[in-house]
Design a binder for this molecule. Structure first.
Ligand code: ADP
Ligand code: AMP
Length: 215
């Protein structure tokens, strides 16, 4: 199954994509995670992307399109994939369409997660990530068993620089300006599956499974 998770920062895309990736045994492709890795390891792409990410802006389309194009050719994508955080502009969605045509694949569902701004800000403010494996947590809603340490690998958790208050608003503005038009884009293609994003992580997971079952 080839899927896209669409939604504002903090909507729960990464959380749900991670769970679904385990259930369906297909890879989660998070452009945010790939970019953060590149920044950490100091690759030329990471050096280029850093200033955009630090300021809460989107990284230029050609950079992320290149990442996804390369990643989708991986052997592990042959049974399906979950795009998390891509596409984020109409130009990226058009580029994805072209690359999938070339690869003889198509998107089956766009899971569009909706959460109000107040809740998004609470979720982003409490988000913590594992510095080693990248697993996400929330200080209140999804805390680790041992404070500040990852359940999966035991490494330290950190707060992303772009999750600090000053940058959060900019990221939400970017979302409404550049990414929200994709709701209409995929609705016209009859691929949009709205998923109310408020509720327990487990309940939302069940909602997604039901939507996919009904397809
Ligand atoms: P996104 O990938 O859309 O930016 P995340 O999946 O990283 O969002 O979720 C943002 C934060 O909200 C994380 O700290 C996560 O643990 C938490 N979170 C995810 N889903 C829920 C939920 N249903 N209720 C409360 N908190 C949630
Ligand atoms: P995320 O982890 O999805 O919240 O993304 C973190 C940051 O990475 C974003 O604020 C952007 O700067 C950058 N980024 C991730 N995915 C994309 C994308 N598809 N297009 C442009 N920038 C992206």
């Amino acid at each position: 199954m080839n899927l896209i998770f669409l939604g504002p920062p903090g909507a729960g895309k990464g959380t749900q994509a991670n769970l679904l990736s385990e259930t369906l045994n297909i890879p989660q492709i998070s452009t945010g995670d790939i970019l953060r890795n590149s920044v950490r390891t100091g690759t030329p792409m990471g050096v280029r992307a850093k200033s955009y990410m630090d300021s809460g802006s989107l990284v230029p389309d050609e950079v992320v399109v290149g990442i996804v194009e390369e990643r989708l050719q991986g052997a592990d994508c042959s049974r399906g994939f979950i795009l998390d955080g891509f596409p984020r502009t109409v130009a990226q969605a058009d580029a994805l369409d072209l690359m999938l045509t070339r690869l003889g694949k198509q998107i089956e569902h766009v899971l569009s997660m909706t959460v109000d701004d107040e809740e998004l800000l609470t979720r982003i403010g409490g988000r913590r990530m594992c510095e080693k494996c990248g697993k996400g947590y929330h200080t209140l809603f999804d805390p680790p068993k041992i404070t500040d340490h990852c359940d999966q690998c035991g490494s330290k958790l950190y707060q992303r620089d772009d999750d600090k208050v000053e940058t959060m608003r900019k990221r939400l503005d970017e979302y409404y300006q550049k990414t929200a038009p994709l709701i209409q884009y995929y609705s016209q293609k009859e691929l949009l599956r709205p998923i109310p994003g408020i509720g327990d992580i487990k309940d939302i997971q069940n909602r997604i499974v039901e939507v996919l079952k009904g397809s």
